[in-house]
Design a protein around this ligand. Structure first.
Ligand code: FAD
Ligand code: SF4
Ligand code: SF4
Length: 482
């Protein structure tokens, strides 16, 4: 075994080829090419098969990374897929969009000096190969069960739970207000990070396995929506996996001018355009073509906006972030990709006011400096007096983060308790909310987070739902007997 491994000293790190920035700028296709088989085998062989694999410890799913790397190095790809898919419902998605530099790869022990094993790219390669060879099959339960579970939200948390519950034989119904499955995987994250057919082939598999989707069906008290009570009456248990969609806003002079838009509205319009949808009139203007674009924020959403604007043919694209590059919350790899594609970053700069007469024409900003660390250890930021400057802008995109929608009010469910951040409160171990038989997972519990955490929560919530239903059945049987 070991003669195939431990090659990190002689074999250099190599990611799959990246398309040139010129190529990337003109379409929404993924930017990384596929690994050639020899490349994946060679890269997997760099792993040193650690006794305590820190890569796995720092993967939210606890993936058995050294095992599937070894199997890949040995050319045993079907087995590698078996190991990889045992802990991850959608490894090909995580392989593409996890911020590996902060998770598995960032904690690979060969990183200091030798650059980490390319774990994400190998994970993606294993599952893409499995799809090509027909090894990825719909889940088939050993036995059907009559109990049903209603899942609200077809994002990664809801889909991962649906897959697990269906494997256990439950009748699974997923409700989503959108017309497509995937949540932010489809309408938030752009195609250059994750092509949409990767998500729709998972949708197809879930349908084949017997999961029933009710698309275009919102849960709530609005027109055409199904009430939460009606949903509960239909199912033995319910999982809420609705994500977080309330955009953080910005105030100040001119903040109400036309042309100042929310990031998710902008990205959804772009994704819908790529999918061939006809946009409603109000979304037509959400296009950067021929415009000077300024994006406010420094997270992954901001990176997706700036890179989308480049592809739409913006005249200029600038990103305003109030801290410096080292303190940016977005993935360093995405910042690099954005810089290569022509985005200009204004580090240590914050907006003060928006200029324009009816429609925005510029953003007045001020330079910032980093101050002393606050209680959380993060350096505070202070404005530098007299440092104002104005950036030309016809389109300003606010990518300042997301908060949860107030579900207890929207759904008239005062019994659903929320944290002080508005996220749903759940039991630490069982994902059950303060309403018995109602569980929650993903961003609606964690706040805006990552796909890999949503998958983890969805899988664990599914196990808890199964336990809860079985415990209820046992209690009911005992009552009948006694
Ligand atoms: P979501 O994916 O938000 O899905 C929730 C679903 O619930 C949606 O389909 C929604 O329509 C549905 N829903 C909501 N309310 C209702 C209702 N009342 N009735 C019916 N349906 C409802 N993470 C990464 O790991 N890597 C990245 O590169 C990355 N990039 C991102 C880029 C952007 C622009 C954004 C916004 C997020 C990004 N994230 C990324 C974060 C990641 O997308 C989320 O953490 C993840 O999708 C959360 O999954 P979820 O299932 O909890 O919610
Ligand atoms: Fe790394 Fe994400 Fe895969 Fe875990 S799921 S091994 S963190 S890429
Ligand atoms: Fe292999 Fe790196 Fe994980 Fe160690 S930490 S098992 S070298 S991938």
């Amino acid at each position: 075994m070991t003669n195939k491994m431990l090659k990190f000293v002689s074999v250099q790190q190599r990611q799959p080829e990246k398309r040139t920035a010129d190529d990337r700028r003109v379409d929404f296709d993924e930017i990384y090419e596929d690994f050639v088989p020899a490349g994946a085998t060679e890269q997997a062989s760099r792993c040193s098969q650690c006794g305590v694999p820190f890569c796995s410890v720092h993967c939210p799913l606890g993936n058995n990374i050294p095992d599937w790397l070894m199997l890949t190095a040995q050319g045993r790809l079907e087995e590698a897929y078996g190991v990889s898919s045992a802990t991850n419902s959608f490894p090909e998605i995580c392989g593409r969009i996890c911020p590996q530099d902060r998770l598995c790869e960032g904690n690979c022990v060969i990183e200091p000096g030798f650059e980490s094993v390319t774990i994400g790219a190998v994970e993606r390669y294993i599952t893409d190969t499995a799809f090509e060879n027909g090894w990825v099959r719909p889940t088939r339960p050993f036995a059907e069960r009559e109990e049903s579970v209603g899942i609200v939200g077809a994002g990664p948390a809801g889909l991962a739970a649906a897959e697990r519950l269906r494997a256990a034989g439950f009748q699974v119904h997923v409700y989503d207000r959108y017309d497509r499955v995937g949540g932010l995987l489809v309408y938030g994250i752009p195609g250059f990070k994750l092509e949409k057919h990767i998500v729709s082939r998972r949708h197809d598999l879930l349908v084949e396995s017997g999961v029933v989707f009710h698309l275009g069906q919102g849960i709530g008290s609005g027109e055409g929506e199904l009430s939460f009570e009606a949903l509960r009456a239909r199912h033995n248990a319910v999982l809420i996996a609705t994500g977080v969609y309330k955009s953080r806003e910005i105030g100040g002079p001119g903040a109400g001018l036309a042309g100042i838009e929310r990031a998710l509205d902008y990205l959804t319009a772009s994704n819908r355009r790529s999918l061939g949808d006809t946009l409603p009139d109000e979304a037509q203007a959400l296009d950067a073509s021929g415009k000077h674009v300024v994006v406010l924020g420094g997270g992954d959403t901001a990176m997706d906006c700036v890179r989308t604007a480049i592809r739409q043919g913006a005249k200029s694209v600038r990103c305003l972030y109030r801290r410096d590059k080292a303190n940016m919350p977005g993935s360093a790899r995405e910042v690099k990709n954005a810089e290569e594609e022509g985005v200009q970053f204004e580090w240590l700069a914050a907006p003060e006011a928006f200029v324009g007469d009816g429609h925005v024409t510029g953003v007045r900003a001020t330079r910032m400096k980093l101050g002393l660390p606050d209680a959380s250890g993060r350096q505070s930021v202070e404005a530098l007096e007299g440092s104002s400057f104005t950036l030309e802008a016809d389109l300003v995109i606010k990518a300042l983060g997301f908060d949860p929608e107030p579900l207890p009010q929207l759904w008239a469910q005062p019994g659903l308790e929320v944290s002080r951040w508005g996220t749903l409160k759940v039991g630490q171990q069982d994902f059950q909310t303060t309403v018995p038989g109602v569980f929650a997972a993903g961003d609606i519990v964690r706040g805006a987070s990552l796909v890999v955490w949503a998958i983890k929560d969805g899988r664990e919530a599914a196990a808890s739902i199964q336990q809860w239903i079985e415990a209820n059945n046992t209690a009911a049987a005992a009552r009948e007997q006694g």
